[in-house]
Design a binder for this molecule. Sequence first.
Ligand code: ZN
Length: 310
Amino acid sequence: MSELLFLKPVFKQMIWGGNRMRSEYGYDIPGDDTGECWAISAHPNGDCVIENGTYAGKKLSELWTEQKQLFGNYDSDRYPLLIKIIDAKADLSIQVHPDDEYAKVHENGSLGKTECWYILDCDEDATIVIGHNAKSHEEMEEMIRGKRWKEFIREIPIKKGDFFQINPGCLHAIKGGTLILETQQNSDITYRVYDYDRLSNGKPRELHVQQSIDTIKAPFEANSSDIQVTESEQVTKTHFVTCPYYSVDKYDIHGTWSNEFKGYFTNVSVLEGEGSVNGIPLEKGQHFIIPNQYGTCEFKGNLSIICSEP
Ligand code: ZN
């Protein structure tokens, strides 16, 4: 009989971070500039430890190599996904990620990065940067080299509950006042093209202008959204995306809802509410993995959860 694997998050302080991880989720954060909570991660820069049960104290990366059956013997040398909460008190740098092919050649065999964002909360007039306004690769390079940021950057309004898929080559940035849940490939490769000329410890942070120009797709094409909502008495399911790396769904549960997750394994993040799963108490801010062939999960209470699987 396998167990649900609850994880202890890893926190990252950032020049743009805040303290909402504590005020919203009650996490014990390292400072008032905590930008990222690596909630389900086996990345060497933040490898989560299992909190409970048989594997308590083990790193997720260790479980991945030692107990492959928990993950249905999924064919990958590393845990394929990374789940984060991001608290942007200030604007993040304008950035882009490479695809697998570019990262493999230029970043030492790393994976590329496809990611997606669920907006947990944001200020009333919040916006987000997705894409750019250059008509061609040439114009994109001219705008970047000429620092024509206002013209170049495409900014759109957002609200709580919005969802964005960010494919490699898509220029993007979170603006201050936004709290998001990010589901991404297990990679830490980011090319920063513009950082609002800010200083970190008295110096501008490194930019990656050439890699950005190599990577940014032009012209920008918005994703066609395939969000589907299905409602029953006990649960509202919102299917956000299926892409080559993951699928992501939100479940809003009211009462008792049983489900067998049939993928290789499933990442679960509790966004709101209170309740239980198979008798284990749940509250917002918890993250766990449902291992392969775990069987039925019986959720009870009022809960919003986001689930992802490779
Ligand atoms: Zn990103």
